[in-house]
Design a binder for this molecule. Structure first.
Ligand SMILES: Cc1ncc(COP(=O)(O)O)c(C=O)c1O
Length: 387
């Protein structure tokens, strides 16, 4: 049996996989089992920040593996503490809770908001406002936070305490604040799974003001936008706001599972011993890798992200077959006249890997993708979009 048949037999049918088996790679060049090469514009959905087999990351991870692979949270561990320090120093947040995925990072944020609501306004103030078209994870509670009905089907009842406002509509958000006993607002600044849509800056500043006026936690889901993806270390910096909670995952680990919930000044001491936990959270190997990733996302790299982003926008905006280009930094959605899935399949046949978000071609290349490879990939993508 080949791998596709075996997979169909033994793996739960939750994924619609591309007919491709990736077995190796270096940077933004990936290889299938036959030795064919692909330029990667997907990075495992914004995870492989510095591409495949990044040497510094491998060294950091292997050095830690040789020391100890896991300690549990019953003991102190240097990589975990150092990563938290680095995150706080780079963001101005005060404390970090580590978990293993974006969904868990958001679960922790929601717990923080509920505890904050209880403390400030009483037990009934548990509602979190999120946006329509958002995506916050696959656990029942983060699905409830997700403002897309399609994800709720078959799994009702959802966790109570979530209402959804239309993106960029401050009046609807104000109405929801008035009509519900709320504890927080949770936003993706660039909706990733929802079609790579960046929120308006003025709207986000109005939401921040609304949160302050009503003593609500402003929580930013940077699971996909974080760690340099949008051209700033975190997208909230691009928007000039000061969140109370920032969640991240994906690119922070550079390929190993990690989730981080960063707590700002108002909530830094909200959690006390026993209020949250995770067996693998803060795993030393994942944290050692994350330190190597985070410490290399400097101004120089972020400038390169911005320049590569400008290049992609300039190439694709107004190109034949392109309806619109959206997003920020190296998180880009391309709305095409022809079917995006077919374009992606043809690109794959020509050695370029892109992915989908809603009806768009989504591009999430490594932050350090060499310009030459990016140019080749965009040329092929453009040709396939134009067909
Ligand atoms: C914005 C956002 N939040 C949360 C998640 C869930 O992350 P994970 O799959 O690591 O649980 C995702 C995943 O795509 C995401 O894009």
């Amino acid at each position: 049996m080949n791998i596709i048949e075996l997979d169909k037999q033994y793996i739960a049918n939750t994924y619609a996989r591309f007919p491709l088996q990736l077995v190796g790679g270096s940077g933004s060049l990936l290889k299938d089992e036959k030795g064919n090469e692909y330029i990667d514009l997907g990075t495992g959905i914004a995870v492989n920040t510095f591409g495949a087999a990044d040497e510094e990351w491998i060294n950091a991870v292997s050095e830690q593996l040789k020391q100890i692979q896991h300690t549990s949270n019953l003991y102190y561990s240097i990589p975990c503490t150092r990563l938290a320090q680095l995150l706080c120093e780079k963001t101005g947040m005060k404390k970090v809770f580590f978990s293993n995925s974006g969904a868990e990072a958001n679960e922790c944020a929601i717990k923080a908001a509920r505890k904050y609501g209880e403390l400030k306004k009483g037990k009934e103030a548990y509602t979190v406002i999120t946006l329509k078209n958002s995506f916050h994870g696959r656990t029942i509670t983060t699905l409830s936070a997700t403002g897309q009905d399609v994800f709720h089907q078959h799994f009702t009842p959802m966790t109570p305490g979530f209402v959804h406002a239309a993106a960029n509509d401050i009046d609807e958000m104000k109405t929801l604040v008035k009509t519900h006993a709320c504890c927080g607002i949770l936003l993706e600044l660039v909706q990733g799974e929802g079609g790579v849509m960046a929120l308006d800056k003025e709207y986000v500043r109005q939401v921040e003001a609304l949160a302050r006026e009503n003593d609500l936690l402003l929580m930013i889901d940077e699971v996909q936008t974080g760690n340099g993806r949008t051209g700033s270390l975190y997208a909230f910096m691009e928007y000039g706001i000061t969140p109370d909670v920032v969640t991240t995952a994906k690119g922070l680990g550079g390929g190993l599972p990690i989730g981080a919930t960063m707590l700002g000044e108002r909530v830094q001491d909200l959690f006390t011993a026993g209020l949250n936990g995770s067996t693998f959270g803060g795993n030393p190997v994942a944290c050692a890798g994350a330190i190597s990733i985070l410490s290399r996302i400097d101004d120089d790299l972020l400038q390169q992200v911005k320049e590569k982003s400008a290049y992609i926008f300039a190439q694709l905006e107004g190109a034949k077959g392109v309806k619109s280009v959206s997003g920020m930094g190296l998180m880009i959605g391309v709305e095409t006249e022809k079917d995006a899935s077919e374009i992606i399949a043809r690109c794959m046949a020509r050695g370029v890997l892109a992915i989908k978000a809603k009806n768009k071609v989504r591009l999430l290349p490594a932050l350090n993708i060499p310009m030459e490879q990016l140019e080749t990939a965009i040329k092929i993508l453009k040709e396939e979009i134009a067909k």
